[in-house]
Write a protein that binds this ligand. Structure first.
Ligand code: ADP
Ligand code: MG
Length: 628
């Protein structure tokens, strides 16, 4: 018998294929099972359109592993192949009988053909030194055998086979130094591969296994028993209709699949048709995984093509700011034989990602509106991520994310949204005020918040490092600008008050200039404060960089961040007795004034939660004054 050559281009393609299209050898099993499933779908389709009377339950895929002979055998009772079909479909790479079937037949809900590229079959050569295909087309009384050892070509000859369908026999390669092929003959490995990639193939995948069982009527004699196991669970939960499913069903699927003990906060189950056709099942976890805020965390959704898993973590499906979402997407628009590199440029995938982002956003808004308690739980786990989403995009994601933001506030003790804040702003209020600090308690005792609170303005409490950076990128919310309680100009004074301030500043100009000079560049200026009521001093800042931001940046690893300094202003309360003291020192003892300036500045730093440059000098100076 003459060995036929693969078509020339096929030969090169085959070599390429075997060595590079697939990153994991193990996917050969997924490919062969998908082909078997397609063959049964085709027969089912034929049966329906020609009233043959076969049902799905007549069909199954069988797997046998023979360790001694190193053979892995996959048998289906699908439509089978004629001699011509063997020749055409397996003799030419990149020729897909399945694609032709799909184009020739009208689409039906019930048939879900996976194949379309005509390369999957050859993945068998990644693990097999020889592949034998024995097939009998449905309705034919002849069977044929196709055999190949890879690039050298193939043979076709007559064969014996009782039932219609196809049997694929792989002679598994011998172990090589860096490759363990033996494992593809191990039942546990086969089972786990099927669960991983082919769990939702809609025909049963059966495998016999041998068990010892107690002989009947005996207490210590055992006999062997063959048990047939179904290895796949068949119906994917996401293909069921929402009305069929309860929260428990969704939650137990989640816990099993993602190894989480906690119930998810909510799930999103969507089916979309149109520019992007897909089904998605996504979950918002209740807690961040332990490595969530570390570099090791890998975001992504599982990607399925018609129920067959093609990628475990497809990162391109989720924006970073929704990286916490777990779940999967199943789309028939995506091909099975696609590599990570190819996926990145897939237009379809981009459309899906865009549409998923929107449904996650909408779900979160729904949660915020209808189940506030749950939403706050979500916020505590993942809020920082959302804020980073705005900051890192330089505000480009603002429109998408600003409605999701929550902050603690001086009004409620709980969380408020920006919308809630703005809706109760005072009539004359120009800004959204915020105060920063390491904790709510710390912020509440900040002298800078005194006046605003006194006048009845609400203040948002920023306790996250990223908070000030985020609102700086946002600039405003619905036209209302953000303003730090430590900002230079709070926008509270009337014209008359402004006049008065100017006058007082003029009167004490020399005193403040001298203090500034004595502080030797640590502050940009010393000023009378408009915001202090009872406290003697505080530090505020001018310009883009606040004192809080300086604190965050100084903790960064790079020198440039560490060098960034806020333009600090030392504010003095004119109503406080210390001010009278300063004025008298200016007249009588300018040297002592320098020490006072130094002490007051250090005190203001301490209130702010900043380190003072020289604690020893500070305490010594303080003691000197106390001892007087
Ligand atoms: P694809 O599945 O993308 O079409 P494959 O390389 O996996 O490409 O298979 C090539 C073709 O061989 C299939 O389209 C199908 O026509 C045929 N084929 C493969 N396996 C079987 C099988 N088990 N039963 C019937 N036909 C099969
Ligand atoms: Mg295929």
């Amino acid at each position: 018998m003459r060995t036929k050559q693969f078509k020339a281009e096929s030969k090169r393609l085959l070599e390429m294929m075997i060595n590079s299209i697939y990153t994991h050898k193990e996917i050969f099993l997924r490919e062969l099972i998908s082909n078997a499933s397609d063959a049964m779908d085709k027969l089912y389709f034929k049966s329906m359109s020609e009233n043959i009377g076969l049902t799905r339950s007549d069909m199954a895929i069988r797997i046998e592993a023979d360790k001694e002979d190193r053979k892995l055998i996959i048998t289906d009772n699908g439509i089978g192949m004629t001699k011509e079909e063997l020749e055409n479909n397996l003799g030419t790479i990149a020729k897909s009988g399945s694609l032709a079937f799909k184009t020739e037949n009208e689409k039906t809900e019930d048939v879900d053909i996976i194949g379309q590229f005509g390369v999957g079959f050859y993945s068998a050569f990644m693990v097999a030194k020889k592949v034998t295909v024995i097939s009998k087309a449905y309705g034919s009384d002849e069977a044929f055998m196709w055999q190949s050892e890879g690039v050298d070509g193939y043979t076709i000859q007559e064969a014996n086979k009782d039932a219609h369908g196809t049997q694929i026999i792989l002679e598994i390669k011998d172990n090589a130094e860096e490759e363990n092929y033996d494992e593809f003959l191990q039942p546990y490995k086969i089972k786990s591969l099927i669960r991983k990639y082919s769990d939702y193939i809609r025909y049963p995948i059966l495998m016999d296994s041998e068990h010892e069982k107690l002989k009947e009527g005996s207490e210590n004699e055992y006999e062997k028993e063959i048990v047939t196991e179904t290895l796949n669970s068949m119906t994917p939960i996401w293909k069921k209709s929402k009305t069929e499913l309860k929260d428990e069903d969704y939650n137990s699927f989640y816990k099993d699949k993602y190894y989480d003990y906690d119930e998810p906060l909510t799930h999103i189950h969507t089916k979309t048709e149109g520019t992007a056709t897909y089904t998605a099942l996504m979950y918002i976890p209740a807690k961040a995984p332990y490595d969530y805020y570390s570099k090791n965390f890998e975001k992504g959704l599982q990607l399925y093509s018609s129920g067959v898993m093609i990628m475990d973590k497809c990162g391109d499906l989720l924006p970073d700011y929704f990286g916490f979402v777990r779940g999967l997407v199943d789309s028939e628009d995506l091909s099975l034989n696609i590599s990570r590199e190819m996926l990145q440029h897939d237009r379809q995938l981009k459309l899906i990602a865009k549409s998923l982002e929107k449904s996650i956003r909408n779900e979160l808004k729904k949660l915020r509106n209808n189940e506030r308690e749950k939403y706050e739980k979500f916020w505590e786990a993942f809020g920082t991520q959302i804020k980073y989403g705005i900051y890192e995009s330089f505000g480009a994601n603002k429109e998408n994310l600003q409605d999701l933001l929550l902050y603690k506030s001086s009004f409620t003790g709980g969380y408020v949204t920006l919308e809630e804040y703005v809706s109760r702003m005072k009539e004359d209020q120009k800004y959204i005020y915020f105060a920063s600090g390491s904790s709510v308690a710390r912020i509440e005792s900040l002298p800078q918040t005194e006046l605003l609170k006194d006048k009845g303005y609400e203040i948002l409490y920023f306790t996250d490092h990223v908070d000030e950076f985020t609102v700086q990128m946002m600039h405003d919310f619905n036209g209302k600008e953000f303003k730090s309680v430590s900002a230079d100009d709070l926008g509270l004074e009337t014209e008359a008050e402004k006049e008065e301030i100017k006058k007082a500043a003029e009167e004490n100009k020399e005193l403040f200039e001298l203090m500034t000079e004595k502080l030797g560049g640590k502050v940009k200026a010393v000023k009378l404060s408009q915001r202090l009521k009872t406290h003697p001093v505080c530090i505020t800042s001018e310009g883009m960089l606040s004192v809080e931001m300086e604190k965050v940046l100084s903790a960064m690893p790079d020198e440039q961040s560490q060098a960034a300094k806020a333009q600090k202003i030392l504010e003095i309360n004119a109503e406080h007795p210390i001010f009278t003291k300063l004025k008298s020192l200016y007249e009588t003892n300018k040297d002592a004034l320098a020490d006072y300036a130094e002490i007051l500045y250090s005190q203001a730093l301490l209130i702010e939660g900043m380190p003072i440059e020289n604690p020893v000098e500070f305490t010594n100076k303080l003691c000197e004054i106390m001892a007087k």
